[in-house]
Design a protein around this ligand. Sequence first.
Ligand code: MN
Length: 433
Amino acid sequence: MSFKFIHASDLHLDTPFEGLKILDPKISEMLKDASLTAWDRLIDLAITDEVDFILLAGDIYDGKSRGVRARSRLLNGLRRLSEQGIKVFIVQGNHDPVDEGGLVPKDQRLTDVYIFPPRTPERVAFSTKDGDNVEVHGISFGTRSETEDLSAFLERPSHNWFSIALLHASVGGDPNHEPYSPTTATKLGSLGFDYYALGHIHTRQVVSTDPYIVYCGNSQGLSPKPSELGLKGCYEVQVDKDQQVTPAFVQLGPVVFDHLRVDIDDSNSLSEIADATSSRAERLIVSKYLDTETVAVILRVTLVGHHLGTRVDEDSLIEELNDHLSDARSEIPIFVTSIRFEHPVEDVESHYSATAAAGSLASLRISEPQLENRLIYECLEELIDTPFAPVGAYARELLSDNLKFSELVQEVQLHVKALIQEQFQVNGQAKPI
Ligand SMILES: [Mn+2]
């Protein structure tokens, strides 16, 4: 027994990359085509390496609209595979459930494409070029939110055939993805298949090797979220005599998302921050992407340092960073689309102690009602020295006001709380995929 197949998933064809601020027309053009280029690369790989078949584990399309670019590119790729006699097995996922339409129109040229139905699983058995017996079982999403464990509907595989379960499913619950078709590795393992080709979770991971339970991840990163970072592609899986399984990752997505943390303690101007960032970015490219199929890297930059009390205009900083990066000598173009600021831990602590200082003013007042305003002034003077500049400025402002004591304490507490929230909790919960 010896054959080769490709396991790919979550193509999200022609995804619009919503919410990304791309100012450069060259990069927005690359991005616009990225998911389609990844699909074309997948077809080329299958034909060049003469694989026996391809498994696509759902979310072929991105949105309800399933635009003409996505549809024609999908159809075109599937025709090329059929011409070569390469079989394709597909399940539909939560982004392209069957009730919202089929994937491709009926086409007599698609002789080797099998799309599994929803609600009732099916089994397809066939022999590979070398005469190995393989069976693929699958079930599609009928609706967007399948909350039952779809794997529970699968028939048990027969003996002596290499058996594959093809599913769009959530193993073990991942907070970045909707918990559709929830299951566990133990439950899957007990079904008796040799290889579980999974889709839905965009992070590539071999969940188990005995049996093989595998997420190949999406073929092109979609955003700067953690599940979308780094190289994206598919697994090319070799099955040897004695049924030994070896999955090898192959990059497909041409545009890569990544994060970069830059220490800006020693940078005293926007241009110095931009310098520090661009040299760190170039090093990142050299260490991770130089010998890959990457055509562009999109970065979210986190600037870590003490200088952040002073407000920086985000857009002008992004512009400055991209100006520097376009002058850089990097072999792969780099673009920054967003920046975040992060304070070092000791800063965070001092902001909290600023809040505590305001609180202790209140308790002093209760235990020592006769204390004079002088004490309040002393405490405010301490607040002026906090490294968190906005609090200091605020305390200074209060010192020149004649507020009542209770008002003053309340003001300080509310203001400090709001500042801390604004500075540290800017990243809300990411939207599930
Ligand atoms: Mn997906």
